[in-house]
Design a protein around this ligand. Structure first.
Ligand SMILES: Nc1ncnc2c1ncn2[C@@H]1O[C@H](COP(=O)(O)OP(=O)(O)OP(=O)(O)O)[C@@H](O)[C@H]1O
Ligand SMILES: [Mg+2]
Length: 243
């Protein structure tokens, strides 16, 4: 399998987080990037589905239910390619630490859960840079569901997979759809070399484990290789993306 199997040779480091909706990814990656920044490293942040090139299209298409699973997949890949070439790659070349909230694995899990061919979607992302560290937040569905509903009133149409017409009941649909995504993530652990974090633990415990992994995996090159900078401002174009 070609996709994401070759280590990159850039000076910078790429750290990504993955997991189903509500697994705590954003919470953890933001704590981790703040920690790295506080040590004087140049840290940049990248979010899934945030490229200005396709944001409007995604929004409009979602509203009108214009996408098929394949066109959805292609749109996300376009978004990701734009972000890779214009944002992630230059930062990696410059030696920054890029922290990404969701990465190509989100497409591998979601698009396959929507019925897209596994190998086809992996091939589509063969240009992606292999992360130095990929964290996967393992979360039971009911935990994810209660965290999402604890933060807002209702599940979103696409996060519940309502477009797939699995069930007219939103919670039921969420469980089936996110259950499929969960299974795809589980099946990727070995293939992609995920560091599995038990996401039912406290925020602090998870963060401790992540920092230990970072020290172990890239501690040496952090001291010798990575760009240092007081603060590397977020690129405003990429700062606020939808999921
Ligand atoms: N370890 C934890 N224990 C309890 N609640 C948590 C924990 N981690 C995060 N939360 C809470 O769960 C909710 C979802 O967390 P967060 O937004 O970080 O998840 P996410 O994986 O980024 O979700 P999404 O995929 O929807 O962006 C938030 O309200 C957050 O405060
Ligand atoms: Mg999030």
């Amino acid at each position: 399998m070609k996709s994401l199997s070759t280590p990159h040779r850039h000076r910078g480091k790429l750290i990504i987080v993955e997991g189903i909706d509500g697994s705590g990814k954003s919470t953890q990656i933001s704590l981790l990037s703040r920690w790295l920044r506080s040590q004087g490293y140049a840290v940049a942040f990248s979010e899934w589905n945030s490229s200005p090139l396709v944001r409007q299209t995604t929004r409009r298409g979602k509203k009108k239910e214009m996408f098929t699973p394949t066109t959805f997949s292609l749109i996300h890949a376009t978004d990701f390619a734009d972000r890779t070439e214009r944002y992630i790659l230059p930062l990696m070349r410059a030696g920054a630490i890029v922290c990404a909230d969701r990465y190509a694995y989100t497409a591998f899990a979601r698009d396959v859960a929507r019925g897209v061919n596994r190998q086809w979607v992996r091939n589509l992302y063969s240009f992606a840079i292999r992360p130095n560290i990929a964290f996967y937040f393992r979360t039971p569905l009911d935990v994810a569901l209660s965290r999402i509903l604890g933060g807002r009133d209702a599940l979103k149409y696409y996060e519940a997979g309502m477009d797939l017409k699995i069930s007219r009941d939103v919670e039921e649909s969420f469980k089936v759809f996110q259950g499929r995504i969960l299974q795809e993530y589980e099946d990727m652990i070995e293939e992609m070399g995920f560091h599995v974090i038990d996401a039912t633990q406290s925020i602090e415990d998870q963060q401790k484990q992540m920092r230990a992994v970072v020290k172990r995996e890239i501690g040496r090159s952090l001291r010798t290789q990575v760009l240092r900078a007081p603060v590397l401002e977020q690129n405003p174009e990429h700062a606020s993306g939808a999921r």
